[in-house]
Design a protein around this ligand. Structure first.
Ligand SMILES: NC(=O)c1ccc[n+]([C@@H]2O[C@H](COP(=O)([O-])OP(=O)(O)OC[C@H]3O[C@@H](n4cnc5c(N)ncnc54)[C@H](OP(=O)(O)O)[C@@H]3O)[C@@H](O)[C@H]2O)c1
Length: 311
């Protein structure tokens, strides 16, 4: 891999967790293994699938957009890799069960499970009242879907003698216990992260390690607009190297190293930090995407109906 200039490397060190640059190490960690990656149709998941397939893993690609999954898989097989696609909405729990059973029938077990799929939502709470379906899709994609998938695959991993689970959480969660407008996203991410970390303590003796990755800004479609998109971040290809580090080193936690001071402030000064966040919230506008989604919902004015999510 061609390395970034030192100034960019320094910035990435500050804003994100460690990256694995040694391809030989990645090959040793995943070569010949079966790796399931959720959210493999776009962004970090797509780039990670490509990196791990190039490193000799058989990759199982999971997401909703089946034609995009086929495109990613075609790119992988064209360069000699092995990829299988599974179109799945994680919010559809019966479908998660069916797809997991199919995966176990075909592959026996998975060696590595990467919970990368995620759905973001930045909207103030009064704007959410008429979009209740968004609540369900957020909980399904970020919390109950990954939970159901883990439950379905874990017994086979244990019978197989071990494995690795990587959860892509968010640096926001690591730095601040709460933040205005991010209630659904942070709530769901925190719920699943606490769940999987607790599970990790139970399954360590079975040879299954769990890594929580508190990812910083990734320049993907998830953060394509607004002020966050203008801040420094990892490209999906760079972010895939963070997940590769999780696989080569198996740490319990990976977090942005340069932001530890914000974490300390977020925890030790929770009261004052909260007051500042509330003050800022009261003086900033809703995002245009959120306003537009709210106006659409009010125009339709179907009680409890929410339409699509404005990520
Ligand atoms: N972007 C950032 O700055 C940032 C920061 C911190 C953490 N993260 C986390 O990093 C992970 C990767 O995000 P990204 O930045 O690469 O965003 P992205 O490009 O939007 O990718 C998200 C992936 O999740 C899949 N997905 C969403 N809802 C799903 C559902 N209900 N069922 C199955 N798959 C679903 C999407 O595929 P389909 O639409 O095809 O289903 C897509 O492949 C996420 O967990 C995100 O929360 C991102």
């Amino acid at each position: 891999m061609s390395r970034e200039p030192w100034s960019e490397r320094l910035t990435l060190r500050m804003i994100g967790p460690a990256m694995e640059h040694d391809d030989t190490r990645i090959q040793a960690a995943v070569g010949g293994k079966t790796v399931l990656i959720t959210g493999a149709s776009f962004g970090q998941g797509e780039a990670t699938a490509e990196l791990l397939a190039r490193s000799g893993a058989t990759v199982l690609l999971v997401a909703r957009t089946s034609d995009k999954l086929d495109e990613v898989a075609a790119g992988i097989t064209a360069t000699g890799g092995i990829a299988h696609t599974y179109a799945l909405d994680l919010a559809d729990l019966p479908a998660v069960e069916i797809v997991a059973a199919e995966i176990l029938r075909t592959h026996g077990s998975v060696d590595v499970l990467i919970h990368n799929a995620g759905k973001s939502l930045r909207r103030s709470i009064y704007r959410s009242a008429q979009r209740v379906r968004d609540m369900e899709s957020m909980v399904g994609a970020n919390f109950t879907g990954p939970m159901r998938l883990t439950l379905a695959l874990l017994p086979a991993m244990r019978a197989n003698g071990g494995g690795q689970i990587v959860n892509v959480a968010t640096a926001g969660l690591w730095m601040a216990p709460a933040a205005p407008r991010w209630s659904f996203y942070l709530g769901c991410k925190a719920g699943f992260d606490t769940w999987i970390r607790s599970v990790g303590l139970e399954i360590r003796d079975d040879g299954i390690t769990v890594t929580s990755v508190y990812a910083g800004h990734i320049k993907s479609r998830m953060v394509a607009t607004g002020w966050v998109s203008r801040t420094p971040g990892h490209t999906p290809a760079q972010a895939s190297r963070i997940l590769a580090y999780a696989l080569t080193h198996r740490p319990r936690v990976m977090a942005p190293r340069g932001m530890a001071v914000l974490r300390v402030a977020g925890v030790c000064l929770e009261g004052p930090v909260g007051r500042v966040l509330s003050w800022v919230h009261g003086r900033t506008d809703e995002t245009p995407a959120s306003e537009a989604a709210f106006s659409r919902a009010v125009a339709v004015s179907a009680p409890g109906d929410s339409g699509a999510c404005d990520a």
